[in-house]
Design a protein around this ligand. Structure first.
Ligand SMILES: Nc1ncnc2c1ncn2[C@@H]1O[C@H](COP(=O)(O)O)[C@@H](OP(=O)(O)O)[C@H]1O
Ligand SMILES: [Mg+2]
Ligand SMILES: [Mg+2]
Ligand SMILES: [Mg+2]
Length: 354
């Protein structure tokens, strides 16, 4: 991996290199499985097995690569998946499948000379069972974020963050289906039609994007729109993940003209960070509590690109409380000019709803 001056001088440079390597390898496994799903007939598309295999496989590879690349560091990871279901008698075929997929991905990559047993796979998955918290270092992993998008053949992300003494200090987002070229000319990128965006950020060092297949990293920044009428906003593709009556009333209050851009996964945070849109509204239905792995990597990519990420009350997100975020009333990401207006509109809309 090329040592850019900013990476060499980066206090989390070694962790960043390891995290990028881990996410890139997991992305290869996910891409292979997604191609298989899309080629299969309709009947097996409705079967959840392929996505399950990819979720677990991605988590195994990431936990493995981080341990291999950072052998002297103690390892703690808060990850979405656990091995409980895979330990059941009727899951042995799936476990076999995951094990061969992981081993084939390792062989094709060629960086490591090893072969995992089914027990190794289960142990690697359970490497993600940490509770996180305010002290020490914890990796935060969503091995496939946007599972529903993954099945549809749409956007998904492999999202890896690092928490250090309660703060997110690093984030890597692999977005295999997100075009590298910004859909907005704000950042003036001209990378042709290449698909696969790889976002990464470390605290105090800015946010960057490169091609998932490898290219010169480019620094990214949020759009600098000051008038909400010129803004466009992102929200979940899945209606069940977002209160659309609330987001449309917020957009109306702000005078937003453009229709909502609906996209699965933390690819939204990446797209926002490079200026593809101006606002991301994540307002779940009442009672839903956000997990840390759905937001950690994405939020540092946005803040390092000069953006802000707040909850509906205007507080910073607190990733130090364990596996869940402490809030249940929404997440707002936008630039510093728009944040006060967006927060005001969000709070008014929530109040009117009650
Ligand atoms: N009812 C709900 N409300 C809000 N988010 C939900 C939800 N059900 C699931 N999610 C989360 O939303 C994530 C996807 O976000 P998005 O809507 O931005 O694509 C899912 O991640 P996974 O796909 O990793 O399970 C899941 O954790
Ligand atoms: Mg997720
Ligand atoms: Mg997931
Ligand atoms: Mg999930």
């Amino acid at each position: 991996m090329s040592q850019l001056p900013e990476v060499a001088a980066n206090p989390y440079g070694a962790e960043l290199a390891a995290a990028k390597k881990a996410v890139a390898l997991a992305a290869r496994l996910c891409q292979r499985v997604q191609r298989g799903i899309l080629q299969s007939d309709v009947q097996s598309k409705a079967d959840r097995t392929p996505v399950t295999v990819a979720d677990y496989g991605s988590q195994v590879l990431i936990s493995l690569v981080l341990k291999k690349e950072l052998p002297s560091q103690s390892f703690s990871m808060v990850a979405e998946e656990d091995s409980k279901d895979l330990r059941k008698d009727d899951a042995q075929e799936i476990l076999e499948h995951i094990t061969s997929l992981v081993n084939e991905t390792i062989v094709n990559d060629g960086s490591y000379n090893m072969s995992l047993s089914k027990e190794d796979v289960l142990a690697a998955i359970d490497g993600g069972n940490s509770e996180g918290g305010p002290s020490g270092r914890h990796w935060i992993l969503d091995p496939i974020d946007g599972t529903k998008g993954f099945i549809r053949g749409d956007q998904y992300a492999i999202a890896l963050g690092l928490l250090d003494e309660g703060r997110v200090v690093l984030g890597v987002l692999g977005c295999p289906n997100l075009p590298l070229k910004s859909t907005n000319m704000h950042n003036g990128s001209s990378s042709g039609d290449q698909v696969g965006s790889f976002f990464f950020a470390t605290i105090g060092c800015g946010a960057r994007v490169e091609a998932l297949e490898g290219s010169e990293p480019q620094k990214i920044s949020m759009c600098s729109i000051k008038n909400p009428a010129d803004a466009s906003f992102f929200e979940s593709f899945e209606a069940s993940h977002s209160k659309r009556d609330l987001t449309s009333s917020i957009a109306e209050k702000l005078g937003v003209q453009a229709p909502a851009v609906r996209m699965d996964s933390q690819a939204k945070y990446g797209a926002l960070a490079r200026g593809d849109g101006a606002i991301y509204l994540r307002i779940p239905h009442k009672g839903y509590i956000e997990t840390v792995w759905d937001n950690a990597a994405g939020s540092i990519v946005v803040t390092e690109a000069g953006g802000m990420v707040k909850d509906a009350s205007g507080n910073d997100l607190d990733f130090s409380k364990g596996r869940y975020l402490d809030r249940d009333r929404g997440i707002i990401a936008t630039n510093k000019y728009l944040m006060p207006m967006v927060l005001k509109a969000v709070q008014e809309a929530i109040k009117e709803e009650q």
